[in-house]
Design a protein around this ligand. Structure first.
Ligand code: AMP
Ligand code: GLY
Length: 442
């Protein structure tokens, strides 16, 4: 009976917890959470609530419960060195050490690695630590994206045409970034459709999971501010309707080369998840970014489809034996939708602002999967806590059916909540296909 430590408390970690507990090895789950996720707590033998910064307590909890290995869900504990601390206590982890989690936290680290090892996928880019030279570089590119070099919770990236219009505004933003961050990365703006390719690796072997498309914008038709992700879908053929088979292969090939480059550069094997955000452009697949963890919501699309025992997958990652394991996924379509407080992602003075701490009731979600995110279970019921509250996932033979299952689950949740009814619908997916065709034609 392996003891498994899970770090994290979002819907992504609820999906990880479920995957662990589906194992035929009769595992015992020990959860270390920042807030009490009722879904994870229900699956755990024991759970402990504490800050990610408190690494001694995290280590003591893992040791006291005889954990064989750990799975670290979010980026914050990775960046705080949770994996280094666990390793020092003799507990290996699915998740990179702090120095390797730079793959996510440092845009310049990843871009420079891809450049140095001649891996395809980079757009044109430069890194600046001072304003000198920025204006000249901005003039060289038709349109730009400005990225602070450091962990910003996905909120610091600004795209020309979306967040600002002119090169003057781009320059102003670069100077603002440099006041708070050591460096700023300026990139050519890519045009195309994005997909998430979450890969599992022991540092040598890289295994792709089915590609997923996320929806960052808060409102229907991709309007409104960017969010952590309002929902996502994956298709039964392990491709996406706007993709060609070679696009998945290109994303995987880039990730395999990056894993190898990390080893050559640092002498260490990256163990965990390499989640590549890719854009299919007219000139092929380009790398937008890497995350050092599963996506949230994207983990909810792929983990329920995993046919291979997840505990075996984790052991293969930590022992470096992933080449000997066939990792398989059900050939099903999935649609994940996040239920959020009405005021999620909106200014604090919004008329619905109170919704972010409102009580909700969860009824029967039918055949859908339900994963808790930012909720707080109090004596008198379930309350939302500002961010995305609950993820629901429909799983079926087709996207149409999966979408309907997710939608009907949403009607079971009562309270001042909102979601995106368009995610996973035929109409929205057709728009992606049409957009991709326009991009490919040029
Ligand atoms: P990142 O934090 O790097 O994932 O950036 C957040 C979002 O900004 C991405 O999901 C893309 O939609 C967009 N983005 C980032 N880099 C580029 C780029 N070079 N061209 C176009 N869009 C980009
Ligand atoms: N869904 C985007 C992310 O997890 O970063």
């Amino acid at each position: 009976m392996p003891g498994v430590l899970l770090v994290g408390n979002g819907a992504r970690e609820h999906a990880i917890a479920e995957a662990i507990m589906r194992s035929g090895q009769d595992p015992k789950l020990f959860a270390y959470m920042k807030t009490n996720n009722p879904g994870i707590a229900a699956l755990s033998s024991k759970s402990l609530v504490g800050p990610y910064e408190d690494l001694p307590t995290l280590m003591a909890f893992a040791k006291a419960n005889g954990c064989e290995f750990a799975v670290v869900g979010p980026e914050d504990p990775l960046n705080l060195g949770a994996v280094d601390a666990l390793l020092a206590a003799g507990i290996p982890a699915v998740g990179p050490k702090k120095s390797l989690s730079r793959l996510e936290t440092s845009k310049s680290f990843t871009r420079d690695l891809v450049r140095k090892y001649n891996i395809p996928g980079n757009p044109r880019y430069e890194t600046f630590t001072r304003p000198d030279g920025i204006e000249a570089f901005l003039r060289e590119l038709p349109a730009v994206v400005v990225k602070p070099d450091g962990l910003t919770g996905g909120k610091g990236v600004k795209v020309q045409g979306d967040h600002f219009q002119t090169k003057e505004e781009a320059f102003d933003y670069c100077r603002e970034v440099l006041r708070e961050h050591p460096a700023v990365v300026i990139e050519e703006k890519l045009e195309g459709e994005e997909f998430s390719l979450q890969c599992i690796t022991d540092g040598r072997t890289v295994v792709a999971t089915p590609p997923v498309q996320d929806h960052k914008r808060r409102f229907v038709d991709d309007r409104g501010p960017n969010t952590g992700g309002m929902g996502s879908y994956s298709d039964a053929d392990h491709s996406l309707p706007f993709m060609r088979p070679e696009d998945v292969q290109a994303g995987l090939a880039i990730t395999q080369k990056v894993a190898e480059a990390i080893y050559r550069e640092t002498g260490e094997y990256y163990k965990g998840i390499m989640y590549g955000g890719f854009m299919i452009t007219r000139d092929g697949v380009r790398l937008v970014e890497y995350n050092a963890r599963f996506g949230d919501p994207e983990a909810m699309n792929i983990l329920p489809l995993l046919r291979t025992d997840f505990v075996e997958v984790c052991r293969a990652v930590v022992h470096g034996t992933l080449d000997r394991l066939a990792v398989e996924f059900e050939k099903k379509a999935t649609v994940c939708k996040y239920i959020v407080p009405k005021a999620y992602g909106l200014p604090k003075d919004h008329p619905d602002a109170k919704s972010t701490s409102a009580k909700i009731e969860v009824g029967d979600v039918g055949s859908a999967r339900l994963y808790y995110a930012s909720v707080d279970k109090k004596a008198d019921g379930l309350y939302m806590t500002a961010s995305r509250a609950i993820g629901v996932v429909g799983i079926a033979d087709s996207l149409d059916e999966a979408e309907k299952i997710a939608e009907s689950a949403i009607t079971a949740v009562k309270g001042p909540v909102d979601h995106r009814p368009d995610i996973g619908t035929r109409a929205l997916i057709q728009r992606r296909i049409d957009h991709m065709q326009r991009v490919r034609r040029g």
